[in-house]
Design a protein around this ligand. Structure first.
Ligand code: ADP
Length: 677
């Protein structure tokens, strides 16, 4: 007989394999046994045995599984396929089954073991079903090797174990909810924080159920809200999680809840103990508050000390000058010389006090910066004029170098900007050499204007350069003959930074230095929505046109750019005369003399401030009723209490809005058509 093929290629090739199965009565002799062919196609190993356990049929898969050569299983006892140690019990089980046969599907019952012909054991799963052929009770067994499945189950359990131990080792509380919002897994920390007082297992409970039960059981401190509020807040965070939710445990721990949605619609929840962080922040806040208090106390101390020091110093300087000029009993040349020393020392001390106070006020955030457009060329010219005498004494020529035509205006506090230039300029003279030159120049760099003061003086030792902008650092001049305090540059740097600018320098020892300050360029464009006066007032305004009463407005302002703007603006008011005063001191005198209809008062003025000037005007009967409109940079409005008590008719912010100003002027002037005094 030719060897049987091990595998069938298709149903057309009938299997002629050994079988002891009785032929069904209905089947014709020689016809292919359909029943057997059906068993051959099963993906599982299939055996058919009789009540005695004799194998009547084994399909190809069965032979392959148990590693038996073709046709060698049929006729043997099925107990031979079980490991020898289990054979006796297997025989008993088999007999019990035969006595009460029933269908037993896969996956029910215990894991069983098979034994290969060579002796190797392997786990199997078996389904049994009784079948009756020609009156004989037979049993078919489907057998599946589950070695691979057990291996992957084991691997899955290992990975799950790994995951659980990773989750467990997370310092915070961790939980995972599935897309039906049921708790899938959590670590013991979560169980403790959320489920502390809850009975039974948490896994399987829904988030809503869990969190409601937890909060109502008192696991969390409610601070100043109700349990429902907290449940709602937590649910809201859970449903659309962003940021973090901060809660407090019943035992007082500060907790941060962070939940995030997973890709499959679940939610990962973590809860972190941030008690230390909160305590630390609290400590920091306290430390900052007390540092601020200390700094404020220092400023207060410096302010009062400087006042205390100034009073006797003024007496010293004043009387020294009187001595110097005493015509009745003139001083001898020696005495003159000594008084000169007293005056000189006193003036130096006064400058030092002023500088220290200024720096302390800047550092304590007490300096109010009022940024406005400042004309560059004009300011440089003013600074040069002030320094000319000093330069002449030192034998140095002061020059105005190249001014970029685009560098027309910058945005700064005018007084403070001038202070920086004065500082740079006086240093260029102080550290210059007789016969040398110091010059100012300006150019636009991006959105900023760079104002540079260059000199051909002594320069700065490279080793000392890094510290020149630090307070009290004199870069090698500490013991030299040139007087100074080492504060000027430190003040300049801080002021520049307060005005959104910065400072820099380069210097070559023995050759010269260049100090610069960069400040924002002012782009002169008529702001959107601003109309001209005639547009704002309409042609029938009481203030335009030649006929009618005349009005006088005094404008107290030190910035030429602002004055030019106001002159331009009020040029349309044909019956209004604008008088300007560059300082508050001049302003109040002018108001007293002219008694205008309205005063426009800049707040940030050199010397007496707009506040003080307004108070002065309010204290005199003849000026008390003249309305004062304050004009200032928005930054100063923060000083709201001061503004409210200052007695202004109105407070307008710069840059002045034409509509706003004209509306106030019209309201004021037409209401009191009083001819000025
Ligand atoms: P000081 O009152 O000493 O002039 P500053 O703060 O203005 O204080 O300057 C700090 C130091 O920087 C000065 O003592 C000087 O050594 C150096 N310095 C500043 N400007 C110049 C300059 N134009 N040329 C040379 N050295 C300068």
């Amino acid at each position: 007989m030719p060897p049987e093929p091990r595998h069938q290629d298709g149903p057309s090739e009938p299997a002629r394999r050994k079988s002891l199965l009785p032929r069904p009565a209905t089947q014709a002799e020689g016809a292919p046994d359909l029943f057997q062919r059906l068993l051959e196609t099963s993906p599982d190993a299939v055996l058919v045995v009789n009540e005695a356990g004799t194998i009547l049929f084994a399909n190809l898969q069965a032979e392959a599984l148990f590693e038996y050569p073709s046709d060698t299983l049929v006729g043997t006892n099925v107990d031979g396929l079980v490991p020898s140690r289990m054979r006796p019990s297997h025989a008993i089980h088999r007999q019990h089954y035969a006595a009460a046969p029933r269908l037993r599907p896969m996956g029910t019952g215990l894991t069983l073991f098979g034994q290969k012909r060579g002796g190797g054991e392997f786990p199997v799963e078996i389904s049994l079903s009784p079948i009756e052929v020609n009156g004989a009770l037979l049993f078919s067994a489907n057998i599946r090797d589950i070695t691979e499945r057990q291996r992957s189950e084991k691997e899955m359990r290992r990975m799950q174990g790994q995951l659980l131990s990773a989750v467990e080792s997370i310092q915070g509380a961790f939980a995972l909810f599935d897309n039906k919002d049921r708790l899938v897994l959590c670590n013991s920390s979560y169980r403790q924080v959320v489920g502390g007082a809850l009975p039974g297992d948490l896994v399987g409970r829904t988030f809503q159920d869990l969190i409601s039960a937890s909060i109502t059981s008192g696991a969390f401190s409610l601070v100043d809200r109700s349990a429902n509020d907290l449940i709602e807040a937590w649910t809201a965070h859970h449903t659309a999680p962003t940021g973090a939710l901060e809660v407090k445990s019943a035992s007082g721990q500060n907790l941060r809840v962070v939940e995030r949605q997973t890709a499959d619609g679940g939610v990962v929840a973590t809860i972190w103990d941030i008690t230390d962080e909160v305590t630390h922040e609290e400590e920091l806040r306290h430390a900052r508050l007390s540092a601020e208090a200390a700094s404020a106390a220092k400023t207060e101390f410096l302010a009062s000390m400087s006042h205390e020091l100034r009073t006797p110093l003024n007496a010293i300087l004043g009387f020294a000058q009187l001595l110097q000029r005493d015509k009745k009993t003139p001083l001898s040349a020696r005495q003159q010389d000594r008084v000169e020393h007293v005056l000189h020392g006193g003036e130096h001390l006064l400058r030092l006090i002023d500088d220290v106070l200024d720096l302390a006020r800047i550092e304590a955030g007490r300096v109010l910066i009022s940024p406005e457009p400042v004309a560059i060329s004009e300011t440089i010219a003013e600074v040069k004029d002030t320094l000319d005498a000093m330069a002449t004494r030192a034998g140095i020529r002061l020059a105005i170098g190249e001014i970029d035509p685009h560098a027309r205006e910058l945005v700064a506090d005018r007084t403070r900007f001038k202070q920086i230039l004065m500082n740079y300029g006086s240093n260029a003279i102080k550290y210059g050499r007789p016969g040398g030159t110091a010059s100012f120049s300006a150019r636009v760099v991006g959105h900023q204007v760079r104002i540079t003061v260059s000199d051909d003086g002594i320069g700065i030792d490279p080793a000392k350069q890094p510290s020149v902008f630090q307070p009290f650092q004199r870069a090698g001049q500490e013991t030299g003959a040139i007087e100074g305090t080492g504060i000027g540059l430190a003040i300049s740097k801080r002021l520049a930074e307060l005005m959104q600018g910065h400072v820099g320098f380069e210097s070559v020892e023995g050759v010269g230095s260049r100090f610069w300050v960069d400040l924002p360029l002012h782009v002169a464009a008529r702001p959107e929505g601003v109309r001209s006066v005639t547009e704002a007032l309409g042609s029938d305004s009481a203030l335009t046109g030649g006929a009618g009463p005349r009005y006088v407005i005094v404008y107290v302002e030190d910035n030429p750019s602002n004055i030019a703007f106001m002159e331009d603006l009020l040029a349309d008011f044909e019956r209004v005369e604008l008088i300007t005063a560059p300082t508050a001191e001049i302003g109040v005198e002018l108001v007293r003399a002219r008694r205008p209809n309205v005063v426009l008062m800049d707040i940030n003025l050199p010397g007496m401030s707009g506040f003080e000037a307004t108070q002065k005007l309010a204290s005199w009967p003849e000026t008390r009723d003249i309305p004062v409109i304050a004009l200032s940079a928005a930054a100063m409005i923060r000083d709201a209490a001061r503004v409210a008590g200052a007695g202004f008719y109105r407070y307008l912010t710069k840059p002045v809005k034409v509509d706003e100003l004209t509306a106030v002027l019209e309201e004021l002037l037409t209401a009191s058509p009083r001819e000025p005094g």
